[in-house]
Design a protein around this ligand. Sequence first.
Ligand SMILES: [Zn+2]
Length: 156
Amino acid sequence: MKIINKTGLRTDQLQHLIKEVAKKELVDLKDSIFTIIHRRGGRNGIAGYAYYGLPARVTLKVPKEFPIDKAELAYVTAHELCHTQGLRHKQMKNAIYSRRYANKHNIDWRQHYLWANDLPLEVTSVKVAVPVPKSYVVQQKRGTSASGRWTSGRRR
Ligand SMILES: [Zn+2]
């Protein structure tokens, strides 16, 4: 199992939550890849998508705001794992995997995932910018810019 984590959330804790969902859903995570990204445009709620079939290729989209709704993250993970089992939405007509179904029938989908609230999901320490080595700092030639200011080169 591989996690590509583009959020500030702790990768080990994300992995643990996903593994717990997979254990309950009896999904084999061998060779699976989960990508965790932020939702764009300040959207709330958790979203995701997955390819049909194994090994699992799942993308989970979480809000930038902290804390993350862990029960919802577990729900969306379970939903996407259904897709990795080849299930389409019309085959997920129950309150465990479909919020639409749950809302329509006035059932609390969240009750199935409250266990996830007991798992830790913290933000890693704020990333400190790494100073750019001098060899990568190039001075713009005189005349190429009005200010002639220093500019940092592209880091490898
Ligand atoms: Zn879906």
